[in-house]
Write a protein of this length. Sequence first.
Length: 167
Amino acid sequence: MVERWAVERAVRDAECRLSPSGRHLILTLLTWTDTSTAAIPAHFSPSLTDLERATGMARSTIAVWLNRLEELGWVTRFRPKVDDARRKRARTTYRLRIPPQTLVGPATKLALVRQPDKSGPTTGPDSNTKHRPTARGSTNTSQSHPYIQGANGYCAFPNCGRSAPLH
């Protein structure tokens, strides 16, 4: 299974060939997902009306894009039977994925696992400070490494944590 953050990085990656509408819908679906599985739990599963409100897209556009994203391999939907949907109010559940063709070639730089220290996404520093103390107590004043895009827009290089504009 893939993590939510890996799907988000894949959508934001320059190699992603989705149009803005497809990206917007995936990123909106990601707000409901479990971070470790990129699946939306049944009790949080959004309806088309919820997606319409959250994205600002028309209901028909959302339906078309959900079909297209499923064909491309970005989304797997588990639809209830029509009778269950009507009587038991069962909803479609979603699992977001990264299509295998996205991981071929230059896009193999996408990390599908957590950082070596098994921590989650980094939390960024206060953007008003010039020198950020590192975990060892020294200050990180020079940039001797390239910017590595983290899950939330901050550098994922160990003990850096600067945002992209500060690199």
